[in-house]
Design a protein around this ligand. Structure first.
Ligand code: ZN
Length: 505
């Protein structure tokens, strides 16, 4: 049959891509509105923004569950045969379609509106350090998430269903022994450090750092990393994040602390690491099912690698010291041997985003414990503040003085991200393992000390970024490093740098 006027002869895959492109565009449009909400929108715009996002979520859900898309998928599956790339396109599209079709449209809309409102009440509650201001929103959010998890999980575990959204294939049973190993290794490290009776001075990275100088300094660093500012932008936000609407529009945000260099510098290196992943996705995969990052664990490995493995290394500071002195002339007397120990503290605190490498994963474990009790242990929202404080005391030895420094500190639950936190720890583990493999193939120490970041960036692009969602995180790790994912390289590295900084090696 000859195609009629207005019809185009096309392959089944092109038919799938046409419909999929619309789904991607709607998702990107929602992401633009969310970016705006966190960087530009006046506070009074909140209610109308919630409606706009809910409407788009409804249309997105309708497109995703449209029988025409299901037909296009079946046709593309048949056409794919044993072509691995075409089959991977179908696999990834089907994963999202299956997930969407298990969640009723009314629930998807209710979630979007509850999340947008939850964000507003969380901001208010955190500013006032008053859990009661967030309580009703959180009750609604958790109830809706339980309903969603029930639809997704079927007979399986609701918490596993939530974990799977953020890093496909991850389960509570898989994570528990990894966290147990980290709890033991990091706990022993903290004991040794405590026993040393002294701590590195933070003075080299504290003082008076004007906002504009901090931005200029950090900008110079992320430029050197290869963040393409012509395909991105940098704005202030209370909670730093990275969001991409295509590989040519990847935006990052930052925040600063006037008396401490670390939040701005490491925050921006972190977000730029995420952005390099998004900017490194293949042009040919854009608006296709494979054109997105594989999962949040792998995403976080990219940010952690630049923030911690590069940014906290002695070699990095050998290169960055003159740049630092140029932007902060007051610090002319500070050398690499002064700065480096200040970047490897091991000091349990209340706030996850301010945590050092030696305690960070204990903060994640705290959230993992609280969430699994919330979703599969019968714990109610009203019990969360006390449960949080008690778990913090058990794992970190500190009890938050108020809810803002405890249960209210993270944005995640307010924006509907449950089962998300463990991806941070996966990211730390993957980063160390990738770094070990890259160091075996590249002259990393010399390159970083010379400010030559292109070889590392291209290695990551080749091993991770360009593949999009072709391979799972564990497949990518095995392909890049020749070994299955393990906490070993991370624990070994954190132990050795922390012991060196405290002189207890
Ligand atoms: Zn991150």
């Amino acid at each position: 049959m000859t195609p009629g006027i207005g019809e185009r002869a096309q392959t089944a895959q092109e038919g799938l891509f046409e419909l999929w492109g619309e789904v991607v565009d709607l998702g990107s449009a929602m992401a633009v509105l969310q970016w705006d909400q966190e960087t530009q929108m006046p506070t009074k715009g909140q209610e109308s923004r919630g409606k706009q996002l809910a409407t788009l979520a409804g249309i997105h859900h309708a497109k995703m569950t449209d029988p025409a898309l299901a037909d296009a998928l079946d046709a593309a599956a048949e056409e794919a045969g044993d072509d691995p790339d075409a089959a991977a396109q179908v696999r990834e599209a089907r994963r999202s379609v299956d997930r969407a079709s298990k969640v009723p449209a009314a629930l998807a809309k209710a979630l979007a509106e509850a999340e947008s409102n939850g964000l507003a009440s969380w901001q208010e509650a955190r500013a006032a350090s008053d859990f009661s201001l967030f309580r009703d929103s959180l009750v609604e959010l958790v109830a809706l998430q339980k309903e969603r998890a029930g639809h997704l999980a079927g007979d399986g575990s609701p918490y596993d269903a939530l974990l799977d959204i953020h890093e496909p294939g991850t389960t509570e049973a898989q994570l528990a022994p990894v966290f147990a190993q980290l709890k033991e290794g990091l706990g022993a490290l903290l004991d040794r450090v405590r026993g040393s009776g002294s701590a590195p001075s933070e003075a080299p990275v504290q003082g008076d750092f004007p906002e504009q100088s901090q931005l200029a300094f950090s900008r110079e660093i992320v430029d050197a990393m290869g963040y393409d500012i012509d395909a991105g932008r940098i704005d202030l936000a209370t909670h730093p994040f990275c969001t991409g609407f295509s590989n040519r529009d990847v935006r990052i945000t930052w925040r600063f602390q006037k008396d401490d260099l670390r939040p701005a510098l490491f925050g921006l290196m972190h977000e730029a690491g995420h952005a390099l992943y998004e900017q490194g996705l293949a042009d040919a995969d854009q608006r296709t099912p494979l054109g997105t990052a594989v999962g949040l664990g792998m995403h976080e490995s990219q940010s952690r690698l630049w923030e911690n493995l590069v940014g906290r290394s002695r070699e990095f500071w050998e290169w960055a010291l003159p740049v630092f002195h140029r932007h902060f002339p007051d610090k002319a007397g500070v050398g690499v041997d002064d700065i480096w120990p200040a970047l490897h503290l091991a000091r349990p605190g209340f706030i996850r985003v301010e945590a050092d490498e030696a305690t960070y994963d204990l903060h994640v474990l705290l959230r993992f414990e609280v969430e699994r009790k919330l979703f599969s242990g019968g714990v109610e929202v009203d019990e969360l503040p006390d449960l949080w404080d008690a778990t913090s005391e058990e794992l970190l030895g500190v009890r938050p003085p108020d809810p803002a420094k405890g249960v209210l500190q993270d944005i995640h639950w307010a924006m509907g991200a449950y089962g998300y936190f463990p991806t941070y720890t996966l990211g730390n583990l993957v980063a160390s393992q990738l770094w070990e493999a890259a160091a075996g193939e590249l002259d990393l120490s010399a390159q970083v000390a010379a400010g030559e970041f292109a070889p590392l960036r291209e290695w990551l692009r080749d091993k991770v970024h360009r593949h999009g969602s072709r391979f799972s995180t564990s497949e990518l790790v095995e392909r890049a490093t020749g070994k299955p994912l393990s906490p070993g390289p991370f624990l070994a590295r954190v132990t050795s740098v922390t012991e060196a900084a405290y002189g207890v090696a």
